[in-house]
Design a binder for this molecule. Structure first.
Ligand SMILES: Cc1ncc(COP(=O)(O)O)c(C=O)c1O
Length: 410
């Protein structure tokens, strides 16, 4: 547990609001996943860049052995810039422009093909360069989860995935070496992973003569701590699975059906389970009002930098020595929109202007979904044993307007 004085000192030095990365936690989250899965089955853990692609985070994980799961575009560029070799990059996504596909193939990445138009481009590249291209196929499977992820890949149930395997098996320069699926995010029911794994392994077994399987990629989606469960449609006493539970749910099916084959590796692509609780946001109280008798505090961080406030709750702690009894509090951000509400109806000790709030589990999908709106994005610091480093400076107004053509206005 960090000292309150440290949080205050960080704000004084780097400004408010401020994202704070706990590097040890980041690395230990990765290592735990890596260890628990590899105890059961040979597994590659590929960090999903979209969750939070700060180069410092991607690089720290690369250094401890994580592969990179990227989408074409700047995520791929970051992976190359931090020198992740091609064989350690898994490329997903429903849009892979042809010119980017060429460099992805030349760099030697693993590609999970999403649709027939992408496949058409890959066949074109194989013909043009007179090469054989190895691919993975993204398969979408209805596992019965509340939120259905069916926009990606080839569908299993309606026979589309089978048709595409049949088609590719007749080509002599495209080889299927991987099967991929990703069933959603923040999945608390590990049985859904067993179902997905079961279906995808059965699909492979039906096609052993057409697929030279080197990897089974079951995607990410492992959950992290969620406060205010009722608001998310869960029972308040829901027990969250731990990494071991996910590992058993997935690996036991593979072992049952395929044995511990030396040729096949499991790939998983966790994002939030690695970064979410390794990052928090420090923010300062700027005003206090009583709105219809509810103690309402205003902070300098809005939904533009904590966009998940729209749909989830975070742990929120007042960094003060206040001995006051907690009272019901609403927390508003600084944006000129009524929906800029960070949380409501939570118990906090009565605060005063200038106090700091620590908002926990801010690592996943906050910065990467953040936008410039009224306020710019804050700085990010990393804390590790050796000290504290600024890993991204705060945006300034010049960053917001630097892309515009000011020549036209002269
Ligand atoms: C293909 C793929 N892999 C991995 C992830 C990471 O998911 P999570 O952050 O829930 O682990 C995502 C997120 O949507 C994804 O689309």
């Amino acid at each position: 547990m960090r000292k309150k004085s440290l949080d205050k000192g960080l704000i004084r030095k780097y400004g408010s609001p401020l994202f704070v990365l706990d590097k040890e936690k980041l690395v230990s989250n990765f290592e735990k996943i890596n260890t628990e899965f590899n105890k059961l089955f040979p597994t590659i853990v590929a960090y999903s860049y979209k969750t939070n692609y700060l180069p410092f985070i991607c690089h720290s994980l690369h250094k401890v052995g994580a592969y990179a799961e990227v989408i074409p575009g700047f995520e791929f560029e970051i992976a190359k810039k931090i020198k992740v070799p091609g064989e350690k990059i898994i490329v997903n996504g429903p849009y892979k422009p042809e010119c980017e596909l060429i460099s992805i193939i030349q760099y030697g990445c693993k590609i999970n093909v999403d649709n027939i138009f992408e496949l058409r481009d890959i066949i074109g590249i194989a013909n043009k360069f007179n090469i054989t291209i190895e691919i993975g196929l993204r398969v979408n499977i209805n596992v019965g989860s509340k939120i259905i992820w069916n926009k990606f890949g080839f569908n299993l149930e309606n026979g589309e995935a089978q048709q595409i395997v049949d088609f590719i098996s007749k080509l002599n320069n495209i080889k299927i070496i991987g099967l991929h699926t990703h069933i959603g995010t923040n999945i608390t029911d590990v049985a859904l992973y067993s179902k997905a794994t079961n279906h995808i392994v059965d699909f492979y077994l039906k096609n052993v003569d057409k697929i030279d399987l080197k990897y089974l990629d079951i995607g990410g989606g492992f959950c992290t701590e969620m406060n205010g469960l009722e608001t998310l449609g869960y029972q308040s006493k829901t027990k969250f699975p731990c990494i071991k539970d996910y590992a058993h749910a997935i690996c036991n099916i593979i072992i049952d059906k395929l044995g511990k084959s030396k040729e096949i590796v499991l790939i998983i692509e966790p994002g939030r389970a690695i970064i979410d609780d390794a990052m928090c946001l420090l923010t300062t109280i700027t005003a206090i009002k009583n709105i219809f008798d509810v103690h309402s505090i205003f902070i300098d961080a809005g939904v533009n930098i904590i966009p998940s406030s729209y749909y989830r709750k975070h742990s929120i702690e007042l960094i003060s020595d206040s001995k006051e009894k907690p009272i019901i509090t609403d927390i508003y951000g600084p944006l000129c929109m009524q929906v800029d509400l960070i949380d409501s109806g939570i118990y906090l000790p009565k605060a005063t202007v200038g106090n700091i709030l620590k908002i926990g589990t801010c690592g996943a999908y906050e910065l990467s979904h953040s936008i410039q709106f009224i306020r710019t994005r804050p700085a990010v610091v990393a804390i590790e044993k050796s000290g504290i480093d600024l890993i991204r400076r705060k945006e300034n107004p010049e960053d917001v307007i630097s892309l515009d053509n000011w020549e036209l206005l002269k």
